[in-house]
Ligand binder design. Structure first.
Ligand code: ADP
Ligand code: MG
Length: 244
């Protein structure tokens, strides 16, 4: 598949021809995508297009009916979600998963896992450089945080597991505009730290601010793959497959 003209090394994550179903209803029809180390890639599409199902299939929460998923040189298609996460692929689902009765700092400790040999482990202090607003509320109980702050805490906690790549399912969903900008800055700082990010989005403003490349999915089929700049310039694709 085209990498949209960018010169990236071999992908860390490759999804090849996956199909997936809920019961008798097939919702993915041969999805192909790739993520290179250090890249930020957006999987875009309207509600119900198949973004979350693609992520759940990558993470082993749904078993692909056909196709192959490779991460970091390994076939992960039939592995359990736990094995996939332990192998270095982080996942932040749409619904926030924090412990509301714990503080920010305690939530981060819950996510702590040893880093692979030779890599610097994430610490709360290093994460506070990426999420400065969390630093100011490290002792606060998570139930007292806004939705956007909880979303950032969920991402920060995932990074405490020292993943090489993360899947972010609609990170800007439901956030106030000023928080969307903070989230975009956080994603760009993650990229600067060498973490590959695959995010799903309906918001072209957010995706355009952070992504190198984009895929557009509709009804479980990839309709567009190319650079983010080319997608932003392609009015016909945007009007056909994205909310305008
Ligand atoms: N648990 C489920 N059971 C049955 N159908 C589902 C389930 N989750 C999602 N779907 C359907 O699968 C399709 C893709 O959904 P989803 O992957 O959640 O889309 P997106 O994340 O792009 O909004 C939709 O038609 C949706 O209704
Ligand atoms: Mg979704």
């Amino acid at each position: 598949m085209s990498t949209g003209g960018s010169t990236h090394p071999a992908p860390i994550l490759t999804v090849s021809g996956i199909t997936a179903r809920y019961g008798h209803a097939q919702v993915l029809f041969g999805v192909d995508l790739a993520l290179a180390p250090g890249e930020v890639v957006a999987l875009m599409g309207r509600n119900g297009a198949g973004k979350s199902t693609t992520f759940k299939t990558i993470m082993g929460l749904i078993t692909a009916s056909t196709g192959e998923i490779r991460f970091d040189g390994r076939d992960i298609t039939r592995l359990s979600p736990f094995e996939i996460a332990r192998g270095g692929l982080g996942y932040v689902p749409e619904e926030r998963r924090i412990f509301t009765d714990l503080t920010v700092a305690e939530n981060l400790e819950v996510g702590r896992r040893a880093a692979p040999a030779g890599r610097q482990a994430w610490t709360p202090e290093r994460l506070f450089a990426i999420f400065p607003n969390l630093a100011e509320m490290r002792g606060r109980q998570a139930s007292a945080m806004s939705g956007g702050e909880q979303q950032m805490l969920t991402i920060a906690r995932t990074l405490m597991g020292n993943p090489r790549a993360v899947l972010l399912d609609e990170p800007s969903e439901g956030l106030a505009p000023v928080i969307v900008e903070e989230m975009a800055e956080a994603v760009l700082r993650m990229k600067d730290e060498g973490i590959a990010v695959l995010l799903s989005e309906q918001n072209l403003f957010f995706a355009g601010a952070v992504s190198d490349r984009a895929y557009v999915i509709e009804k479980g089929v990839i309709r567009y793959a190319g650079s983010m700049a080319a997608l932003e310039a392609d009015e016909s694709v945007r009007e056909a497959y994205l909310t305008v």
